[in-house]
Each structure stands twice: as structure tokens, then as C-alpha cells.
Design a binder for this molecule. Structure first.
Ligand code: PLP
Length: 347
């Protein structure tokens, strides 16, 4: 996304800037323990601290029940997404994605000449795995992309559908499951599949629930051959502040549950408020939701920004539906006030 001007930062810290509900960031930031760990390690940041990266990889692998050899850390999950586009798609190996979904992988694959097929989500918000597998056959896909929960909808694709996709996709087509928002949902991860198969890649990030978007830490889990392919574009040591904060986050008891419950509570209250007033929201289990604003989404987003609430955008497939990230209770109160003013609700 666009760079935040440095002038905006003090205003944000002081709580006087606009309410930012546009990038699915955490309004809470890293947990206090993670912040303390990041601050403490700055003194040692003259070193690469490769052993700390190993410690984090091992802790993640143990928590998830996969072998450490099948886990690789990256500065965020954007990095392995970009690499996946480069190593597994080409003019002769297409990509199949949902519509709407997170666009960075598809945009990069398309820019590099791959055929990208966008398959509309099912009415219940799940990926249409049958249509996606058909499309994979048609374009000799190198890669299927499945984001669960999906961005921008927050909608879920049930485990049975993913299992069906794995059983029925062309054998040469890899499946990349992006679980950036999984911790907000009640869904189970598919990460155990990386111990069984060599054609599944699972991505996680510390940017969302752990609130570390600006610190940069992500994980790819896959068969060692797939991790080697991702690594073939070169190495890049990780920021030690991210490693320290990441390890502290993994080790903090109850953090995931506490933040998941907080997010669910605030999101549900906001969605109920909108639906009571006749504005349809799509089913979501993430830290964002989509609402049909019954008018041009781009104009609506501009009108909200003029009232100090910066929300996400609409996707071309649904021009009157906008994405809103879930902020704090106070931020969502500001969202409701601005929403009521923009659509002309009384009282
Ligand atoms: N995947 C999804 C689905 C996302 O929504 C995002 C960010 O919004 C990313 C990946 C990339 O995030 P990061 O590089 O911060 O891990």
C-alpha cells in the first residue's frame, strides 16, 4: 500500500489522526511482551543472530506439529507470495485464484506473463474448489491460490473442500494456502499436509493477529524441495527485532485466544449494527468484513475518509461492496458515526 507520511505518525500515536481501517492491520500492535523483547534486542542488532532465527523456526514447527526442515522464515508473507509467483508461474504455467481475493500474487504472476484465472467465490463465500480445479486443468496451472479466511471477504473455505481440491487437482499444480487470517477464525490449519505431500505450501504471517505488520515476519511451510525452490531466489537475513518479538508472541500464553475473542466481539457488534440498518454484510471470520453500501464503493470510501475514517476499497467484481478492517471498540464507534452520516441515517 501507499507509504504513510512521517508527519502522520505522531498524530497516530497521539490518537488524533484518522481512524485507519484500511489495511487489515492490528489496532493493538505487538503484545507488550513482544514489544519489550524487540526493544531489548536492539542492543544486539549489530549481529545477524542466525541462532535466534533457528530458535523461532523450531518453536513454530513444534507448535504446529511439523518438522523444522519444512519451515522457513521470511520478512512477512508477501516475500514467499512474490517468490511463489516467480518460481511456480510462467507464460506456460498459469495461476488460478478466487475473485475477489488478495491480489498481490495474481498481479505479479500476470505481470510476468502467466495466465491468471479468477474464479468467483461461491455464494457462501467459500472458494469454488470444483471450478478452480477445472480452471487449473484448462490453463495447465503451476499454482492454485487459496486464502483461508479469504481477504477481502474474511469468508471461510471448509476443510472438506480443501481436501477435495487436494484429491482432484492436477498432480503438477501446487496448492498455496494463505493462512494470514487463520488465527482470527475457528478453522483448523491445513499445515499438517506439508508432512504428507510435496505439492502444498502453507503461509502464515505475524502481521495480523500478532500485530507485527511493520516489523516483518512470515512463515512458509512446505516439503523441503518446495522450500528450496522458494529459497532459490536468494537469502535475506531477518530483522532481529522481528525475531525477538515473534518468539515472544509464540510463547505468550492465551494471546491468540484473547485477541481472537476481542476481534470477534467487536466485529460482530459492528456487523449487527449494519445489518439492523439494512446493510448486508458477507460472512466473515477474519479481522475484516465486507458490507454492501448500496452505492458506488469508491465514492463511499472517499466520503468516509473526509469524515476521518479511512476504510478499505471495493473490488471490481463487486463495485458497491467495501472492505472494512476491524479496529478497537472506540474506532468502530467512530466508524458507525461516519457511516450513519455518509448514508444519511437518522439518530
Ligand atoms: N496474505 C494476505 C491474505 C494478506 O492479506 C496480506 C496482507 O494484507 C499478506 C499476505 C501479506 O502480509 P505480510 O507481508 O505483512 O505478511
Amino acid at each position: 500500500g501507499p507509504a504513510v507520511s512521517s508527519a502522520a505518525l505522531p498524530a497516530r500515536a497521539a490518537g488524533t489522526g484518522p481512524v485507519l481501517l484500511n489495511f487489515n492491520e492490528s489496532p493493538y500492535g505487538p503484545s507488550p511482551a513482544a514489544q519489550a523483547a524487540a526493544r531489548a534486542i536492539v542492543a544486539d542488532s549489530g549481529r545477524y543472530l542466525f541462532a535466534l532465527a533457528g530458535e523461532l523456526r523450531d518453536a513454530f514447527a513444534q507448535q504446529e506439529g511439523v518438522a523444522a526442515q519444512r519451515v522457513r522464515l521470511f520478512p512477512g508473507s508477501s516475500e514467499p507470495l512474490n517468490r511463489a509467483a516467480v518460481v511456480w508461474t510462467s507464460p506456460s504455467a498459469g495461476l488460478v485464484v478466487a475473485d475477489p481475493t488478495f491480489e498481490s500474487l495474481g498481479d505479479l504472476a500476470a505481470a510476468r506473463g502467466a495466465t491468471v484465472v479468477k474464479v468467483p467465490l461461491r455464494a457462501d463465500g467459500a472458494h469454488d474448489v470444483r471450478a478452480m480445479v477445472d480452471a487449473a486443468r484448462q490453463v495447465n496451472a503451476g499454482l492454485l491460490y487459496l486464502c483461508n479466511p479469504n481477504n477481502p471477504t474474511g469468508s471461510i473455505t471448509p476443510a472438506d473442500d480443501i481436501a477435495w481440491m487436494l484429491a482432484n487437482k492436477p498432480p503438477q499444480t501446487r496448492l498455496l494456502v494463505d493462512e494470514a487470517y487463520l488465527q482470527f477464525s475457528a478453522q483448523r490449519s491445513v499445515i499438517a499436509q506439508v508432512m504428507q505431500r510435496d505439492d502444498v505450501i502453507v503461509l502464515r504471517t505475524f502481521s495480523k493477529l500478532y500485530g507485527m505488520a511493520g516489523l516483518r515476519l512470515g512463515v512458509a511451510a512446505a516439503h523441503p524441495d518446495r522450500l528450496r525452490e522458494l529459497a532459490s531466489l536468494g537469502d535475506n537475513p531477518l530483522p532481529v527485532t522481528a525475531l525477538a518479538a515473534g518468539l515472544a508472541s509464540l510463547r505468550e500464553p492465551g494471546l491468540v485466544e484473547q485477541r481472537r475473542e476481542q476481534n470477534t466481539r467487536v466485529r460482530q457488534a459492528t456487523v449487527e449494527w449494519l445489518q439492523k440498518r439494512g446493510f448486508r454484510c458477507l460472512p466473515t471470520e477474519a479481522n475484516c468484513f465486507m458490507v454492501d453500501v448500496q452505492r458506488d464503493g469508491a465514492a463511499f470510501t472517499r466520503a468516509m475518509a473526509e469524515r476521518g475514517v479511512v476504510i478499505g476499497r471495493s473490488w471490481p467484481i463487486w463495485p458497491q461492496v467495501v472492505r472494512v478492517s476491524v479496529g478497537t471498540e472506540a474506532e468502530m464507534a467512530a466508524f458507525r458515526d461516519a457511516f450513519a452520516a455518509v448514508v444519511g441515517l437518522k439518530g
